[in-house]
Design a protein around this ligand. Structure first.
Ligand SMILES: [Zn+2]
Length: 480
């Protein structure tokens, strides 16, 4: 069969594909701890979605297995090796601002509009129909093929964790849960928190008096998530022996030098300074303007009380405009995957409370975590800051010459007429839970990302195209 034949076969099944996809999308499969129980660990609706998709596969003649409601699979074909296709049936909550009900899955201007249309129930059903098509055509397979359905991708990935404790790891596979053409490299990712309590500060730095007439930093706050560049920062200070007017003038001069906006407000003898930065995703800190490190950079010019001086100068010296970890001594660049990046997403300070920095670091596969991670303690430990690793995922990389990749590239180009350049990203996709796995669709390069947003949608045309691509891909991977 050539590329056109695959699409033609899918088009013959178009009505059924759309109808079943809509039914699947009409199940509001959002995490619901209220209805969680053994066998349905993420609640009734997610479980209903899981049973629904497994039912479609069973009816098509695949052998199915449910792994305690954490995940399930449907298998067909024969042979020693296993091809895996990994999708998920859970969705993020609907949120506000929809123009049609998020679980009605209405078709508007050629698009199926629903929470989960793109992420990930639409493409998961595309993969199911692709598999069904191969079975219906009675095509020979030299390997087994397994569709694996996760249920907890939008939260902790407890689904694949449980699943792969007891189930076979596929020889190779793909996850239809990101972008076309092929994402073969994902940076390693870690979320770290530095914390220092007031007591730790006293213990490390004694009770040395702060400089005479120093400003007192009462509080400092920027950002709320490690993986975002903070767009706003606020500090409250007591002016010490400077007047509030003097400080305000200094601040405004500095703002105009930096070309950013902010405000100084006096209230009951205290001065509140705020600045506006530019938000960006934590994987590309250089694309934003970090309001928090900016404000710390300004405060570091003032004479502050001892603890505050340490806090702002740590940020100013090691984190302000150090998007690639230069001052921390961990900078590293890789031609395929790009540089190590550092984002300071949360900064908090309370004069007699906690001081805290949340940092998001992404790194390419050519450096080892064990080698650079210990360097992070150097400037902070002597000041009583403790480092906590909240999360760490190693880099995920599949060699461009791997038959998985060359096959998917060829299929994509045959089907679309477009080149299939490999993508390397700073984020993480579901594919990293497969040993040799890549993300493969469903979002085509000319389409706008709308996952997790209001009016999430999938073009019917793209659903058909993706199904044809997946069908050819599964067939060829099972026979390469
Ligand atoms: Zn997803």
């Amino acid at each position: 069969m050539n590329a056109q034949d695959w699409l033609h076969e899918v088009e013959k099944r178009k009505d059924a594909l759309i109808a079943v996809t809509r039914q699947f999308l009409q199940i509001p499969s959002v995490l619901d701890e209220q209805t969680a129980r053994p066998g349905a660990p993420f609640g009734e609706e997610i479980n209903r979605a899981l049973e629904f998709v497994v039912g479609v596969c069973a009816e098509a003649g695949m052998t199915t297995k449910n792994v305690e409601g954490y995940a399930a699979h449907a298998e067909f074909g024969q042979g020693e090796e296993l091809i895996g296709i990994l999708g998920h049936v859970d969705v993020v909550p609907e949120g506000e601002g929809w123009s049609t009900p998020p679980f009605a899955a209405e078709i508007v201007d050629g698009k199926i509009v629903a929470r989960g249309a793109l992420d990930d129930k639409g493409p998961t059903m595309a993969a199911v129909f692709a598999a069904k098509l191969i079975l219906e055509l009675g095509l020979p397979l030299r390997r087994r093929v397994r569709l694996i359905f996760g249920t907890n991708e939008e939260n902790e990935w407890a689904c694949v964790e449980r699943y792969f404790q007891t189930e076979e790891m596929p020889t190779m596979g793909f996850s239809p849960d990101a972008d076309f053409p092929v994402i073969h490299a994902e940076k390693g990712l870690t979320h770290l928190i530095y914390r220092q309590s007031y007591e730790q500060h006293r213990r490390m730095s004694g009770t040395d008096p702060s400089p005479k007439g120093a400003c007192q930093l009462v509080s400092f706050s920027a950002g709320s998530r490690s993986n975002m560049v903070p767009a706003r920062a606020v500090a409250v200070i007591e002016p010490g022996d400077k007047t509030a007017d003097e400080l305000t003038r200094l601040f405004q001069t500095w703002l105009s030098e930096q070309g950013i906006t902010g405000e100084a407000k006096e209230e009951q003898g205290r001065l509140q300074l705020s600045i506006n930065g530019v938000a960006a995703h934590g994987s590309t800190p250089e694309k934003g303007v970090n309001a928090g490190t900016m404000l710390a950079h300004f405060l570091a010019k003032l004479t502050l009380d001892q603890r505050a001086a340490q806090f702002v100068s740590l940020i100013a010296r090691y984190l302000h405009q150090q998007h690639f970890g230069e001052a921390l001594g961990i900078a590293h660049d890789n031609r395929d995957m790009g540089p190590l990046t550092v984002n300071t997403g949360v900064m908090r300070y309370e004069a007699e409370g906690e001081s805290r920095l949340d940092i998001d670091i992404r790194y390419p596969h050519t450096i080892r975590y064990e080698d650079w991670q210990p360097l992070l303690n150097r400037p902070f430990a002597s000041l009583g800051y403790e480092l906590e690793v909240m999360m760490h995922q190693t880099p995920h990389y599949v060699d461009p010459k791997h038959p998985l990749i060359t096959t998917l590239q060829r299929v994509y180009t045959e089907q679309t007429g477009q080149p299939a350049d490999l993508l390397a990203i700073g984020g993480g996709t579901y594919a990293r839970s497969l040993k040799a796995g890549v993300a493969f669709g469903p979002l085509f390069p000319n389409r706008e990302e709308c996952a997790h947003e209001a009016d999430e949608h999938l073009y019917v045309e793209d659903l058909l195209k993706a199904t044809a691509i997946y069908a050819q891909a599964i067939y060829e991977l099972a026979n390469v």
